[in-house]
Write a protein that binds this ligand. Structure first.
Ligand code: NAD
Length: 266
């Protein structure tokens, strides 16, 4: 990561995206921040400009491919280069599958999968032409293992991991790097205020490990990106469980069955 490089961060108004934006500005990258939340985004941009950052913003919904493409093009044109895109915007809906509606599934798919696809579709051709660039997709440890009570969310994150692995192989031919970042439980609104289906918050939060700060998550993500890792698992708990999944998917499934029974208690 070098001074003057250009990075786009989606979902930058708060949480992990905000922490990434702050650390990129500290490293003197020029940043473009995309988010739905206009007021919060402007406040973040103001804070980062005060800190000496060169910051652009776009209020947009990552579900809209034309808006994403137009804004990514504008960033690349304005700076004459695009070095990183962090496809970070995401939502969570937790709870039992039997209580999850088709609308819930579609919203998760639209934001968490299509939102990432739109970022890739917009940035990859630019990076291919440059012969360099790095696409960073924020998935989750839920994209690496069975996650009862988080099944629909977990399915979207598996898609992001799969997309990232395959694209990494193709993109390497063009000098473009791809990394999937897989955080464990991070202390953000996504954990505290996610929508819940068929389960109360106390139950959904029971058995969660100590939450990691978004700052620590962003720092670990950026270390992994610098090393050009295929997958960056953030948090010790996430490393342990994803390690178990790699070692023995059967054992992990048994553990998931047990954890779900323990959580719902029926
Ligand atoms: P957050 O809710 O604090 O922040 C998400 C940001 O994305 C918000 O600013 C929101 O406005 C924005 N956003 C949501 N939908 C959008 C849309 N359609 N278009 C544009 N912006 C949109 O959550 P977070 O924890 O910082 O999550 C960031 C990413 O990290 C997500 O992809 C999430 O799935 C992933 N993640 C989070 C955790 C965790 O424990 N917090 C764990 C694993 C993965």
């Amino acid at each position: 990561m070098k001074r003057g490089q250009v990075a786009i961060v989606t979902g930058a108004a708060q949480g992990i995206g905000l922490a990434l934006a702050r650390q990129l500005v500290k490293q003197e990258l020029r940043v473009a921040l995309f988010d739905l939340q206009a007021e919060k985004l402007e406040a973040v941009a103001e804070e980062l400009r005060q800190a000496g950052g060169e910051v652009r913003t776009a209020v947009l919904d990552v579900r809209e491919p034309e808006r994403v493409r137009d804004e990514v093009d504008l960033v690349a044109q304005a700076h004459g280069q695009l070095d990183y895109i962090f496809n970070n915007a995401g939502i969570a809906i937790a709870g039992r599958v039997a209580s999850t509606t088709l609308d819930d599934w579609n919203r998760l798919i639209d934001v968490n999968i299509r939102g990432v696809v739109h970022g890739v579709q917009a940035a990859y051709p630019i990076m291919q032409r440059q012969g360099r660039g790095h696409i960073v997709n924020v998935a989750s440890v839920a994209g690496l293992m069975p996650c009862p009570s988080l099944v629909a969310y977990s399915a979207t994150k598996h898609a992001v991991v799969g997309l990232s692995y395959g694209l990494r192989a193709e993109a390497a031919q063009h000098g473009v790097k791809v990394t999937a970042v897989c955080p464990g439980f991070i202390d953000t609104d996504l954990v505290h205020h996610s929508e819940l289906r068929g389960m109360d918050r106390a139950r959904a939060m029971s058995g969660l490990p100590k939450l990691t700060t978004p700052e620590a998550c962003a720092a670990a993500a950026l270390r992994g990106v610098r090393k050009n890792m295929a997958v960056v698992v953030v948090t010790g708990h996430g490393k342990l469980l994803s390690g178990l999944q790699r070692l023995s998917p059967d054992l992990m499934q048994t553990f998931a069955n047990w954890a779900y029974r323990r959580q719902v208690g029926d």
